[in-house]
Ligand binder design. Structure first.
Ligand code: HEC
Length: 155
Protein backbone atom coordinates (compact mmCIF):
# COMPACT_ATOMS: atom_id res chain seq x y z
CA UNK A 1 0.00 0.00 0.00
CA UNK A 2 2.66 2.47 1.00
CA UNK A 3 4.91 1.43 -1.91
CA UNK A 4 2.00 1.96 -4.34
CA UNK A 5 1.44 5.56 -3.30
CA UNK A 6 5.19 6.12 -3.50
CA UNK A 7 5.16 5.27 -7.22
CA UNK A 8 2.22 7.56 -7.83
CA UNK A 9 4.00 10.38 -6.07
CA UNK A 10 7.10 9.88 -8.15
CA UNK A 11 5.10 9.87 -11.37
CA UNK A 12 3.34 13.10 -10.40
CA UNK A 13 6.63 14.75 -9.53
CA UNK A 14 8.28 13.90 -12.84
CA UNK A 15 5.20 15.16 -14.69
CA UNK A 16 5.49 18.52 -12.93
CA UNK A 17 9.20 18.73 -13.77
CA UNK A 18 8.57 17.95 -17.43
CA UNK A 19 5.73 20.45 -17.69
CA UNK A 20 7.87 23.19 -16.15
CA UNK A 21 10.72 22.43 -18.54
CA UNK A 22 8.29 22.58 -21.48
CA UNK A 23 7.14 26.07 -20.51
CA UNK A 24 10.70 27.33 -20.24
CA UNK A 25 11.65 25.92 -23.64
CA UNK A 26 8.67 27.34 -25.51
CA UNK A 27 9.04 30.76 -23.85
CA UNK A 28 12.70 30.93 -24.82
CA UNK A 29 12.00 29.84 -28.38
CA UNK A 30 9.13 32.25 -28.92
CA UNK A 31 11.14 35.16 -27.60
CA UNK A 32 14.19 34.44 -29.70
CA UNK A 33 12.19 33.97 -32.88
CA UNK A 34 10.36 37.24 -32.49
CA UNK A 35 13.31 39.31 -31.41
CA UNK A 36 16.09 38.66 -33.84
CA UNK A 37 15.03 36.12 -36.41
CA UNK A 38 18.21 34.28 -35.50
CA UNK A 39 16.37 31.00 -35.19
CA UNK A 40 14.96 31.34 -38.73
CA UNK A 41 16.31 28.82 -41.21
CA UNK A 42 15.83 29.43 -44.90
CA UNK A 43 14.59 26.44 -46.91
CA UNK A 44 16.23 25.70 -50.29
CA UNK A 45 13.09 26.90 -52.10
CA UNK A 46 13.15 30.13 -50.13
CA UNK A 47 16.89 30.63 -50.78
CA UNK A 48 16.33 30.18 -54.51
CA UNK A 49 13.43 32.65 -54.52
CA UNK A 50 15.56 35.15 -52.62
CA UNK A 51 18.48 34.75 -55.05
CA UNK A 52 16.04 35.58 -57.83
CA UNK A 53 14.62 38.63 -56.02
CA UNK A 54 17.91 39.92 -54.63
CA UNK A 55 18.67 42.33 -57.53
CA UNK A 56 15.25 43.92 -56.97
CA UNK A 57 15.90 44.33 -53.24
CA UNK A 58 19.33 45.75 -54.12
CA UNK A 59 17.87 48.28 -56.52
CA UNK A 60 15.05 49.48 -54.28
CA UNK A 61 15.82 48.71 -50.64
CA UNK A 62 19.52 48.17 -49.89
CA UNK A 63 20.37 51.90 -49.93
CA UNK A 64 18.52 52.30 -46.63
CA UNK A 65 18.15 48.76 -45.25
CA UNK A 66 21.83 47.71 -45.26
CA UNK A 67 24.59 49.01 -43.00
CA UNK A 68 26.71 50.04 -45.98
CA UNK A 69 23.84 51.61 -47.94
CA UNK A 70 24.19 55.24 -49.13
CA UNK A 71 21.12 56.26 -47.15
CA UNK A 72 21.52 53.65 -44.43
CA UNK A 73 19.24 54.44 -41.53
CA UNK A 74 19.29 53.01 -38.02
CA UNK A 75 15.49 53.04 -37.90
CA UNK A 76 15.17 51.20 -41.21
CA UNK A 77 17.68 48.56 -40.07
CA UNK A 78 15.83 48.05 -36.78
CA UNK A 79 12.71 47.14 -38.76
CA UNK A 80 14.34 45.02 -41.47
CA UNK A 81 18.09 44.59 -41.88
CA UNK A 82 19.02 43.22 -45.31
CA UNK A 83 22.78 42.84 -44.81
CA UNK A 84 22.44 39.09 -44.79
CA UNK A 85 19.82 36.53 -45.60
CA UNK A 86 17.67 35.54 -43.72
CA UNK A 87 16.90 39.19 -42.92
CA UNK A 88 17.24 40.48 -39.36
CA UNK A 89 15.34 43.09 -37.43
CA UNK A 90 12.09 42.90 -35.54
CA UNK A 91 9.99 42.17 -38.62
CA UNK A 92 12.26 39.31 -39.70
CA UNK A 93 9.91 36.59 -38.45
CA UNK A 94 7.04 37.85 -40.64
CA UNK A 95 9.16 39.36 -43.42
CA UNK A 96 6.98 37.98 -46.23
CA UNK A 97 3.73 39.54 -45.03
CA UNK A 98 5.36 42.82 -43.94
CA UNK A 99 7.13 43.38 -47.23
CA UNK A 100 4.01 42.49 -49.21
CA UNK A 101 2.21 45.16 -47.16
CA UNK A 102 4.78 47.96 -47.61
CA UNK A 103 4.76 47.32 -51.36
CA UNK A 104 0.98 47.72 -51.43
CA UNK A 105 0.57 44.14 -52.64
CA UNK A 106 -1.57 42.70 -49.83
CA UNK A 107 -4.81 43.87 -51.41
CA UNK A 108 -5.50 46.56 -48.78
CA UNK A 109 -2.45 48.80 -48.32
CA UNK A 110 -0.91 51.62 -50.35
CA UNK A 111 2.81 51.26 -51.01
CA UNK A 112 4.92 52.96 -48.30
CA UNK A 113 8.32 51.65 -49.47
CA UNK A 114 10.79 52.61 -50.85
CA UNK A 115 10.06 55.60 -48.61
CA UNK A 116 11.85 57.96 -51.04
CA UNK A 117 10.20 56.49 -54.14
CA UNK A 118 6.88 54.88 -53.18
CA UNK A 119 5.37 52.54 -55.72
CA UNK A 120 8.65 52.29 -57.65
CA UNK A 121 8.74 48.52 -57.31
CA UNK A 122 6.72 47.26 -60.26
CA UNK A 123 6.76 44.75 -63.10
CA UNK A 124 9.43 42.10 -62.96
CA UNK A 125 11.01 43.42 -59.75
CA UNK A 126 7.65 43.31 -58.00
CA UNK A 127 6.80 39.80 -59.17
CA UNK A 128 10.18 38.49 -58.05
CA UNK A 129 9.84 40.03 -54.59
CA UNK A 130 6.28 38.69 -54.28
CA UNK A 131 7.39 35.22 -55.39
CA UNK A 132 10.02 35.38 -52.64
CA UNK A 133 7.36 36.50 -50.10
CA UNK A 134 5.21 33.48 -51.02
CA UNK A 135 8.20 31.14 -50.65
CA UNK A 136 8.98 32.77 -47.30
CA UNK A 137 5.42 32.17 -46.07
CA UNK A 138 5.53 28.53 -47.18
CA UNK A 139 8.79 28.06 -45.26
CA UNK A 140 7.56 29.98 -42.19
CA UNK A 141 3.75 29.75 -42.17
CA UNK A 142 2.14 32.88 -40.68
CA UNK A 143 0.53 32.50 -37.24
CA UNK A 144 -3.20 31.62 -37.18
CA UNK A 145 -4.17 35.27 -36.49
CA UNK A 146 -2.63 36.27 -39.83
CA UNK A 147 -4.07 33.32 -41.68
CA UNK A 148 -7.65 34.47 -41.03
CA UNK A 149 -6.87 37.87 -42.50
CA UNK A 150 -5.40 36.15 -45.55
CA UNK A 151 -8.94 35.18 -46.57
CA UNK A 152 -9.54 38.71 -47.84
CA UNK A 153 -6.35 38.51 -49.89
CA UNK A 154 -7.30 40.08 -53.24
CA UNK A 155 -5.47 39.53 -56.49
C1 HEC B 1 15.00 56.01 -48.43
C2 HEC B 1 15.21 54.96 -47.46
C3 HEC B 1 14.41 53.67 -47.58
C4 HEC B 1 14.26 52.86 -48.67
C5 HEC B 1 14.82 53.03 -50.06
C6 HEC B 1 13.46 51.73 -48.22
N1 HEC B 1 13.14 51.87 -46.90
FE1 HEC B 1 12.01 50.61 -45.77
N2 HEC B 1 12.17 51.86 -44.17
C7 HEC B 1 12.91 53.04 -44.15
C8 HEC B 1 12.78 53.65 -42.83
C9 HEC B 1 13.46 54.96 -42.39
C10 HEC B 1 11.92 52.81 -42.09
C11 HEC B 1 11.43 53.02 -40.66
C12 HEC B 1 10.16 53.82 -40.77
C13 HEC B 1 9.58 54.21 -39.46
O1 HEC B 1 10.06 53.84 -38.40
O2 HEC B 1 8.56 54.92 -39.52
C14 HEC B 1 11.57 51.69 -42.96
C15 HEC B 1 10.73 50.66 -42.58
C16 HEC B 1 10.47 49.54 -43.35
C17 HEC B 1 9.66 48.42 -42.94
C18 HEC B 1 8.90 48.28 -41.63
C19 HEC B 1 7.75 49.27 -41.70
C20 HEC B 1 6.39 48.73 -41.47
O3 HEC B 1 5.45 49.39 -41.96
O4 HEC B 1 6.23 47.71 -40.82
C21 HEC B 1 9.66 47.53 -43.96
C22 HEC B 1 8.96 46.20 -44.00
C23 HEC B 1 10.46 48.10 -45.03
N3 HEC B 1 10.93 49.31 -44.62
C24 HEC B 1 10.70 47.48 -46.23
C25 HEC B 1 11.33 48.08 -47.31
C26 HEC B 1 11.47 47.46 -48.59
C27 HEC B 1 10.94 46.09 -48.96
C28 HEC B 1 12.13 48.35 -49.39
C29 HEC B 1 12.48 48.21 -50.84
C30 HEC B 1 11.37 47.90 -51.73
C31 HEC B 1 12.42 49.53 -48.58
N4 HEC B 1 11.93 49.32 -47.32
C32 HEC B 1 13.09 50.65 -49.02
C33 HEC B 1 13.65 53.55 -45.18
C34 HEC B 1 13.71 53.05 -46.46
Amino acid sequence: MSSHSGVAEKATLSFVVLAAAGVVVSAAYGHGAHNSGQTMRATPEEQAAFANAKPAFERHCFRCHTTAGKKSKRKALDHIAMDRYPFRGHHAAEAGATIRKVLGADGKSKPTMPSDDKGAVAGDDLSKILAWADAFDRAHPPKPANTTKEKSHAH
